[in-house]
Design a protein around this ligand. Sequence first.
Ligand SMILES: Cc1cc2nc3c(=O)[nH]c(=O)nc-3n(C[C@H](O)[C@H](O)[C@H](O)COP(=O)(O)OP(=O)(O)OC[C@H]3O[C@@H](n4cnc5c(N)ncnc54)[C@H](O)[C@@H]3O)c2cc1C
Length: 427
Amino acid sequence: MSVIEHTTSYYAASANPSPKRDALQDSVTADVAVIGGGFSGISSALHLAEKGFKVVVLEGARIGWGASGRNGGQIVNSYSRDMDVIEKMYGVDTAKALGSMAFEGGDIIRERIKTYNIDCDLKSGGIFAAVTAKQFKGLEEHKALWERYGHTDLELLDKSAVRQEVQTDRYEGALLDKRSGHIHPLNLVLGQAAAVESLGGTIYEQSKVLRVEEGEKVKLFTENGSVTANYVVVTGNAYLGNLIPKLASRSMPCGTQMIATAPLTDEQAKALIPSDYCVEDCNYLLDYFRLTGDNRLIYGGGVNYGGGDPDDIKQFIRKKMIKTFPQLANLEIDYGWGGDFLLTMSRLPQFGRIGSNIYYMQGYSGHGVCSTHLAGRLVSEALTQQAERFDAFAALPHLPFPGGHTLRVPFTAMGAWFYALRDKLGV
Ligand SMILES: Cc1cc2nc3c(=O)[nH]c(=O)nc-3n(C[C@H](O)[C@H](O)[C@H](O)COP(=O)(O)OP(=O)(O)OC[C@H]3O[C@@H](n4cnc5c(N)ncnc54)[C@H](O)[C@@H]3O)c2cc1C
């Protein structure tokens, strides 16, 4: 089998040293076998190893090879659909249950970094930037909503205040979330993988699960080995393919892309984003950016429904960057890369069980840095007979996309085009 390395990205180029793990070549046993070595899988493995479970992780490529090692690194609180929508769609009790966990994922990340001394360029503070007056009004409501759910470390910034924080004239205002922040995502997941191993967990790379045999004990087969486990946790997300058809049928992989510029000087960086916050705008098809530990601007955007990337990622994203920062038109772009996240119809994560011993968590719909870390804690609770919080998510319906498997991509793209047009017109 050919060896799959990390995609060429700024993150891969600046990754902390990490061992190449062996592929599974044997038949082994575990209390819990985890499919996938991204944030969800490694967070699950770490929470479970801390609780004394014998854990084996099977990763098809390298740890952090998927979205977790390629993303914007923004610690975005709450979910892709917020509690106001959850209240309307699923009722006040569900909103309360999910709302009580909406700010926990970021805390888990900060705790992990501290406990396991993970060097991943953690910075504090994130901005939601309004491109239109209507979006700014929406941010006022957003602040009130989050305050209602207990998060009060928030500050509205008017047009001139946001100009002090981000050197662009594009924004009408912003909401500063002081409990947000950013990290080097690949280094975060690599650090947590090392922590799993320090607690006795085993991680195999280049070990794609090709078949799942359900039963009282579950058996996972790779090309050259197998794991027999009491429980399995499935976290392949957008890269799971059709391994478990039920999980593929109500979700859709989507591509999004990023670039990293050449390093800015200290003065340029300080002028561009003086407080070193991460930023995402409020457009339906949003742009997101931040500075790295070595002063590069990382800029992302675009959504390719169905997954995959445009031919020239650097050019595609550079245009967006220059719209926000025309002063960077002459800056070299050193890296361009893409990755797939998994969209759900409700934009809420899909958690659940298949039979009694296969658990799955997927579909964070573009905002997964925090929720994946929460997911790991929740599945570890569920496997120690405290399933209430996992089940609050598992009870959400997994809605089909309109158009079924054949037409879901064009239908969703059409919907997005409509919302993007509304953003452009400011209505
Ligand atoms: C470019 C980009 C930017 C993003 N920016 C942000 C951001 O700034 N903030 C934010 O909150 N969210 C962001 N996201 C979303 C976030 O990255 C994801 O929601 C999150 O990383 C999902 O983690 P995961 O572990 O579930 O999946 P992944 O990280 O994709 O991991 C899945 C892993 O499973 C493995 N796998 C799949 N099938 C098998 C199999 N059969 N056998 C073994 N292994 C298998 C894959 O190789 C992969 O490593 C972004 C996503 C992308 C793509």
